[in-house]
Design a protein around this ligand. Sequence first.
Ligand code: NCD
Length: 326
Amino acid sequence: MTKETRHLISMDDVDLAFIYLAFRIAKYYMGIIEGTASWLALGWYTFRRIVNCLPLAGKIIASVFYEPSTRTRFSFEAAAWLLGGMVIGTENAKEFSSAAKGETTKDSTKVTSGYVKAIVMRHFKEGSAKEARKVSRVPIINGGDGTGEHPTQTLLDLFTIWIKFGRIDGLTIAMIGDIKHGRTIHSLAKGLCLFENIRMIFVSSKQLAMEGDLRDYLQSHNANFEEYENLREAPLDDIDVFYVTRVQKERFPDQNEYELVKDHCIVSIGIVALIKKEAIIMHPLPRVNEIPEEIDDDPRAVYFDQARYGLYVRMAILDILLNHLF
Ligand code: NCD
């Protein structure tokens, strides 16, 4: 019997068992790569490398990006190589794939899925990963679909919180910036619904506030959430995690509209002075000006750790999906 193909399109595709399995595997790979693993674990990985039986040995993944990317693409590609796999793909599928000749993403996916064991895809159109899933012979991993979702980012965001606090349950998590267009926020808010006792705090300008779909989702999952228009109005003292995002310039048809809201939620030094000593400041990156560089040296600023952890979490995701560990 052939095993069922498992895709990762949305946070609705995972549950707590999947998440904690990914955490454990990611932590194991973190130990291997950062040299902190036990001798036994290191020895086992080295042995598997020597005899060419790493988890992705002989497997090719496709990395198909219709939108720019640094972290998602590089970390997925590095993850595949580190697991003994190989990568084909394009960083600009809009121009360098048959999309330029008018081929639909559906057709391209159908074809590509006959050559590889998984497709990591980033697309400018919301819902495109879901469409690709319908025609793909292999797992589709959504690396961001327009203003839709970005579930692998959420898994690494949750992993970062878990590493820094040792838990996720019971935390107060603020999501700041572009709630309307930010796919990382959409997935994170959905993912947080799986945990116990979470208080979500959304801070954005009125124009970039939460839209109906996400609101309905949170309400139907009985999430505890509040919305604020300004950081100074938010209960800064109560917040454990500040998840800051950039205003998504590329989603504005009118750049004047962008100019009006782009500086609304800046986590300034003055704001950081008001937050808890044990809080952490996260950002999926890239940042523009919403966190000044001066804050990077503050021990609470963990966004570069977060980006680094992306490699380990993506190793775990590839391992789980391609080897049917779940
Ligand atoms: C995010 C994205 O692409 O949605 N980047 C990322 O993958 N780390 C966030 C962003 O672009 O603002």
